[in-house]
Every structure is written in C-alpha cells, then in structure tokens.
Design a protein around this ligand. Structure first.
Ligand SMILES: *Cc1c(COP(=O)(O)O)cnc(C)c1O
Length: 239
C-alpha cells in the first residue's frame, strides 16, 4: 500500500470499524453492569499486512494478536520494531518447535494447552531474558479437534506447571464451539476461571469473545476480547 490516498482511506475504514466495536463493547458493558475499563480489546491482525498494524497503532490500539508464529515474526519483527508499549498476543495453536520464536517477541500467549508447550515457552523466555504471560486455553466441550485447548480437568495441573516454570500465569482462554451456544460455553469458562483464581488469585484474565460473540463474552465476565474480522475485514489476505 504505497498510494497515500489508499492508505488514508484504509485508515479511515479501520477507524470506523474500531468505533463500531467500541460502541458494541460500551453497550454490552452497560447492559451487564460492567465498567468499560474491565474489558480490553486485542485486535487480531492475522492475514493482514503490517500496514494495517501500523494504522491500528496510529489509531491508539496497543494490543495486537496473531495466530501463526512465522507470519507474526515476519510482520511484527522483521518489518521493523513496534513501539515499546505495544503488546503482542499469540492466539494460535502452537507447536513446541515454534515456542522459542514466539517467546522471543510475544508478550502474552493465549493458547497454552499442554505441558510440552509450557516447558518450551519457559525455556524460550529464559534464553531471551523476557517476561512472558501464559493464558491456558480450555477446550470447553472436548470436541474442538484442530482448535486446541486443554480439557477442563487438566487446567489446574497445567496452571501449576506454568507457575513452577517461571512463566506469568495470566488466566484462561476459550473459543466458543462452532455449532454450540456461546453463552453456555462462556459460562463454563467463567466457572473454570473462578476455580483457578481460588488457587492462583493473580490469574484474572478471561480471554473470550470474537467478532461474532463479544456481547455474550462480556456478559460472562470476559476481560480480553480477541476481535479480527469486524475491524480489519474478512478478506483472506491483503498481501
Ligand atoms: C482469528 C481469531 C480470532 C478473531 O476472530 P474474528 O471472528 O475474526 O473476530 C480470535 N481468536 C482466535 C484464536 C483466532 O484465531
């Protein structure tokens, strides 16, 4: 996107979408008696180019998320450093051989779902001398093959392992089942979060809610929304 006119109109389009999402978040908070400050927006920039990340940052976004390690590294590191106050969230399924790469530039990993990943992230964070926060992804119905997540019964031992390995235990994450009821799913996630916080009070983060179900997530206590297509569009790629 070298044409300055195109860049200006793309930025205006993103601004409109951000405003619309902000309206949805504000009214969902009002309807459920929550304070707007309890909910943070992470903009998922997967499949969209670095130019869009730069537009978002210019528009005030400070939390961006990606789901593929190499694409994210190319876009957010190789194409030039991000401002120091921007946090990079990793939300995709992670292979342990990519964990070191992720630990070198991401701040929060939302998709921690098995011991091997915990150990690999911890090793990567140690060798990069970086603090890394881990969010445990929960497979709420056990029928999310290919989408990742620990079974609810495995969350507690995994959380202990996160702490023992020196990662920051931030909380829990889930994706609502494709054909299921988002409200029921997010209610289950809230129960799991409550149980986790009894043992690990610092693990307050509840990462839930995407473009299509952020209202249900806010109603069930989400603290971090992961919104992509409603802000950047549904095109596969701008590259
Ligand atoms: C892509 C993605 C999102 C964003 O989804 P949209 O429906 O585009 O808002 C959120 N979470 C995860 C894990 C994703 O992969």
């Amino acid at each position: 996107m070298t044409d300055p006119g195109a860049a200006t109109s793309r930025r205006a389009e993103i601004q409109r979408h951000l405003d619309a999402i902000e309206d949805r978040i504000t009214s969902a908070c009002q309807q459920t008696g929550r304070d707007r400050s309890e909910v943070e927006l992470v903009v998922i920039t997967k499949n969209f180019p670095r130019e869009d990340v730069d537009h978002l940052i210019e528009l005030g976004v400070r939390d961006v998320g990606e789901n593929k390690a190499q694409e994210a590294h190319a876009k957010l590191v190789d194409e030039g450093p991000l401002p120091g106050d921007v946090r990079v969230h990793f939300v995709g399924q992670l292979q342990s051989n990519k964990a070191g790469l992720v630990a070198g530039f991401c701040h929060v990993v939302h998709s921690v779902d098995r011991p091997k990943i915990v150990r690999a992230l911890a090793k990567g964070a140690r060798s990069a001398d970086r603090d890394l926060s881990a969010v445990i992804q929960v497979d709420l119905d056990g029928t999310n093959p290919g989408r990742g997540g620990a079974l609810p019964g495995d969350v507690m031992p995994l959380a202990d392992l996160v702490v023992d390995n020196g990662l920051g235990l931030a909380g829990v994450m889930a994706v609502a089942p494709r054909d299921g009821d988002a409200d029921t799913a997010f209610a289950r996630l809230a129960d799991i979060s409550r149980a986790l916080r009894e043992v690990h009070p610092q693990a307050v983060m509840v990462s839930a809610g995407m473009s299509g179900d952020l209202e249900q997530a806010i109603a069930r206590g989400a603290t971090h929304l992961r919104v992509g297509s409603a802000i950047l569009g549904s095109r596969q790629s701008h590259r």
